[in-house]
Structure formats: C-alpha cells, structure tokens
Ligand binder design. Sequence first.
Ligand code: SF4
Length: 321
Amino acid sequence: MKILLANPRGFCAGVNMAIECLERALEFFGPPVYVYHEIVHNKHVVNRFVHRGVEFVDSIDEVPEGSPLLYSAHGVSPEIRARSRARKLLAIDATCPLVTKVHLEAIKYAKAGYTIVLIGHEGHDEVIGTMGEAPEQIILVETAEDVQKLEIEDPEKVAYLTQTTLSVDDANVVIAALREKFPSINNPPKDDICYATQNRQGAVRELAARADLVLVLGSQNSSNSRRLAEIALTMGVPSRLIDGVAEIRPEWFDGVETVLITAGASAPEDVVQECVDYLQRTYGASVENAVVREEDVHFPLPKSLRELIAGGEPPATLARS
Ligand code: SF4
C-alpha cells in the first residue's frame, strides 16, 4: 500500500491563530475561560481544551458576569457582541481575519443600500455571524435553484458574498446563476472563499485521481472538511471523513493500493499521523509527501489580547471563581 500525504492539509492560519489565542488566554487568566461556540469545528481540539478548563457555551447568558470570553474563529454577529458588553464580559475576538473581511464587505454593501445574497450553508456559525451584520438586507442561498426563486426589489443594487469554506466548484455554479439573473450584480473585490479552503481542495482535486480511497481527517460539522470528501466523490474516488484512527474500518482497504490522506483546516496533525502510523503498521504502507502548493500565511494574535498580556495582571474587574 502507498499513502499519498496531501500538502497542504490541516491547520490553516486562522485556526492556528484561534488556538494560540485560547492557549494564551488560558495561561493568562487561568481556567475557566469561556468560548462562544466551538473554537474551531474539531472534536479533538475542543475536547483537549475542555480537559484544561475551557467552557464552550452556546449562549452568552451561560457566562458569569465579568468573565473572559473568546469569540471563535467563525465570528459572531453584532448582537452577540452587544450582549457580551451588557454582561460586562471581557471579550477576546479570535475571529479569523478572512471571516472578518466578509463581515466588513457585508457592512459596506448594506450601508450603500444593496441587497446582499450570501452563498453559504444554513445554520453554520460563520453564516449566522455574517447575516447578523445586516439581517434585513442579507438573503442566504445554497444552490442555483435557490437563486431562481429570488425576488429582489431593485435588481440593479445586488451584491453577493460567500462563506469562506465553500466548495469552489459549487460556489461557481451558484455565482453563474446569480450573474445570469442579475447581470449587474456586484462581487467581492477579492475571493471570499479563503486561501486555505482553495488550496486544500486544489490538492485533493490534483491528487485524488492517483488514489483508490481518500481519507479526510476532520469533524462532521467542519464545512471545509466535508467539501474535501465531496470533491473526491465527485471525481469517482471513494472517500471517508473521519475524526481519527479509531473510526477506520479494515474493509475499506480491500483491493486498495493507494490511499490519499488529507485533513480539513481544523484537524490537528497528530490525528493525521496516527492514521499514517496505523496504515504503516497494518499494511506496511509507504508514504509519499505529495506537495501541491506551499503555504506561508500567519495571522497575529488579536490586539486586545496582546495588550492585556502586555499589561501583566488580569483586570481586577474579572469575576473569578
Ligand atoms: Fe480562516 Fe479559512 Fe481557516 Fe476559516 S478555513 S479559519 S476562513 S483561513
């Protein structure tokens, strides 16, 4: 058996920043530190932080007044920010800057009186946060069929934005339908689908044809991980989205000579290595490091956290248990 290890794979700059942000907040404040929703959509990352005293909450009301609260990499709506201010929480914003960019585009178009069509997945944390910037002016679509049903009062004042972790191919189909229906539609100045999503998808697209099976490390609620598994399937190559080695089933490997292994942007490298080790141990697999593109993107920690840490002591106003 041969393993093709896709490169790039795994953690992106936004996930690295969000995780480091939570690490530093935990060191600085001590537990418990609160996070609104999962810091990133990965079971391992979340569970490891839970064991170290991080509390993940789905409602601001669950956070004791005055406590430190991180916003996850997926971003939050202005309503959540207002509610945490009202509760006097010490908010630290770990939103990925590439998500913030989409929020700023939404604000800009909304102020200019545009109707904004957001291409994304209903219920995803990022979509909820972006829509919250201008709920009256943003309409969510997922498919080209949704576009056909759109009725917009002023078709000359329409813009579209996209969730950062979509399938590039699927998004292009929806964008083409939008352009046909609204020929003067405005588009974001730069792609909203982020570099990490595009690069991981590009690597699978380039490498999957050489494989009999694609293993994608990532959680089921990770949008970008799901897209990687779907791309392989659309190329006719069976794929499995798994959280880790414990989910691997031996029958998947009947007749399989080459396995492509990749990982979504929120999946830690150690879970990838555990799968590689398992296949090496069980099938004597060799490993080819298949580099499709190099990445060198880093995001700094949020200014608010850097300033807090530089100040030395946690603010006295914090209600500590
Ligand atoms: Fe940011 Fe893209 Fe990573 Fe999401 S997947 S955190 S948008 S870099």
